[in-house]
Unconditional design. Structure first.
Length: 182
């Protein structure tokens, strides 16, 4: 399951606790909307049963066809043998000419697209929610490099926690299969 997310300089403001009559304030500079775009995949390894989180970071950039094709190349390199079923949404970059050429060049790669407006079917959405709306909520980061480092750190933390990744898989209604015998 693959998807993209943008970590913004403006914080995702969430409820928090504060002493009575002391309203919490998240101060941040409202400058040009800089962000860190991330292309990521929550991947179930076919032989080990381990769930991997692969992320490509694009500071101050959007996800376009070039980034999507480069990400697919990375997935192919990470899993050099066996078939790959890549499931993602209907973003134009995911269906671009560059990505379609990869399908022709790599017969072991199959693309599947989620129905429109169905983020609940994508396990990667759970990772983005955990990271963006929980771990990085109420931040006051006003430096793009720091935002990039924090997004990377929090995604690494989530990616190293098999229980969290399994919960994202299960929340999307996906079954965790047993590893295949070699």
């Amino acid at each position: 399951m693959a998807d993209e997310v943008g970590f913004l300089m403006s914080p995702s403001v969430k409820k928090t606790w504060a002493p009575q009559a002391c309203t919490p304030v998240v101060a941040y500079r409202n400058r040009r909307q800089k962000k860190v775009s991330v292309l990521g995949a929550v991947a179930l390894h076919p032989t080990t049963g381990r769930i991997d989180l692969l992320c490509d970071f694009h500071p101050d950039s959007y996800v376009r066809s070039e980034q999507a094709a480069a990400f697919v190349h990375r997935v192919l390199a990470e899993y050099p043998t066996g078939s790959i079923d890549l499931v993602w949404d209907n973003l134009n970059a995911h269906k671009s000419k560059l990505v379609k050429e990869l399908l022709v060049d790599h017969s072991r790669l199959q693309m599947h697209y989620l129905p429109p407006y169905a983020p609940d079917l994508n396990a990667a959405e759970g990772v983005w929610c955990l990271t963006k709306h929980h771990r990085m909520a109420n931040h006051s980061i006003d430096d793009l490099d720091q935002l990039h480092q924090e997004a990377r750190r929090h995604l690494n933390d989530v990616g190293n926690d098999q229980q969290l990744l399994q919960s994202c898989f299960k929340q999307a209604g996906l079954a965790l299969s047993q590893p295949r015998a070699q």
